[in-house]
Design a protein around this ligand. Sequence first.
Ligand SMILES: [Zn+2]
Length: 93
Amino acid sequence: MTSDLTSHQLTAARPPIPIDYHPIEGPAQRLLVSGEQLHANACLHCGSDQQQLLTAGHAYTHAGGLAWVVVACAAHLARSHEHSPSEAPPPSV
Ligand SMILES: [Zn+2]
């Protein structure tokens, strides 16, 4: 048996983390994110940490696991809210 696959291929860049992303609105999505994105330190969509970051929903690293609060910059968050017209008044309870 030749096993040359003993992996010492540790690179500086960490591998992306697969998550189930549950946005505030809309269906869940499968995404690959970095640790920064998972820890709400960077936009989930573009990876920016230079913008104001807003709560964008939750992410699960595996089924039944912990839910992480994830964030997105305002531009990306607004894009995911395109379907809800901002002019409509909030429903009175
Ligand atoms: Zn962004």
